[in-house]
Design a protein around this ligand. Structure first.
Ligand code: PEP
Length: 250
């Protein structure tokens, strides 16, 4: 049985005061979901958020990580060991905004995935196609390429301690979510691809959907057999909305 997971990606939003209000509201309503719930604040707020959620059911995730595993001359970067040190459990790896805006290649994403696991953190590997790629019928090919790049470097066994998020780029922050059927088709494709290397690992792997998830559409997306929860951006900044999404997941 795969325990559902909902991760809130706050992106570059928030302030100390806003974060405290949001986290307090989530904690107050705690127990609304049987799912694992993860909040991913900007790096500068991780430590304080870790203290706010200490002793609570909420878990902490980072939005990005440096691919380098040793301390050194990497100005501006944050290592996986540092993320673990401040209490993170999860790391988003290969979010489409990192790929598109910061030039993260499949190869770099694979290194970040490995660095995350080396610090005993769980990567949430984000994959997904652009609108142009979908229109050209390339969805499966793009997702396969992104997955295979990580499989080639990390190996199939690494997927025992990983989560994969399918996030069609055309659905992120646009208000246009994939239909439940579209999401399920790609999730089934991802699970089959992992199963072609190890059926047991594939059966246990949690696959999240991300892209304009909101309270109004969460239940029907999460009801799909291969959807094990969600990666939620905009709607994770509103406590009520996020809680309703979490409640719909498990
Ligand atoms: C995301 O940031 O990963 C995301 C899915 O954003 P949104 O829910 O706002 O589309």
């Amino acid at each position: 049985m795969r325990r559902p997971l909902v991760a809130g990606n706050w992106k570059m939003h928030g302030s100390r005061a806003e974060n405290a209000r949001l986290v307090e509201a989530l904690i107050e309503a705690g127990g609304a979901s049987a799912s694992e719930v993860v909040v991913c604040p900007p790096a500068v707020y991780l430590w304080e958020t870790a203290r706010l959620i200490k002793g609570e059911e909420l878990l902490l995730g980072a939005q990005n990580v440096c691919a380098e595993t040793h301390p050194g001359a990497f100005t501006g970067e944050v290592s996986a060991d540092m993320l673990a040190d401040v209490g993170a459990s999860y790391v988003l790896v290969g979010h489409s905004e990192r790929r598109a805006l910061y030039g993260e290649t499949d190869a770099l994403v694979a290194r970040k995935f490995v660095a995350t696991q080396a610090a005993s953190l769980t990567p949430i590997l984000c994959v997904g196609e652009t609108l142009a790629e979908r229109e050209q019928g390339l969805t499966d090919a793009v997702v396969a390429r992104q997955l295979d790049a990580v499989l080639a470097v990390a190996g199939i066994r690494a997927f025992r301690r990983a989560v994969v998020a399918y996030e069609p780029v055309w659905a992120i922050g646009t208000g246009k979510n994939a239909s439940p059927e579209q999401a399920e088709a790609v999730h089934a494709f991802i699970r089959d691809r992992i199963a072609s290397q190890d059926a047991t690992i594939a059966a246990a792997l949690r696959l999240l959907y991300g892209g304009s998830v909101k309270a109004a559409n969460a239940a029907e997306i999460f009801a799909q057999p291969n959807v094990d929860g969600g990666l939620v951006g905009g709607a994770s900044l509103k406590a009520d909305e996020f809680l309703r999404i979490c409640a719909a997941s498990g």
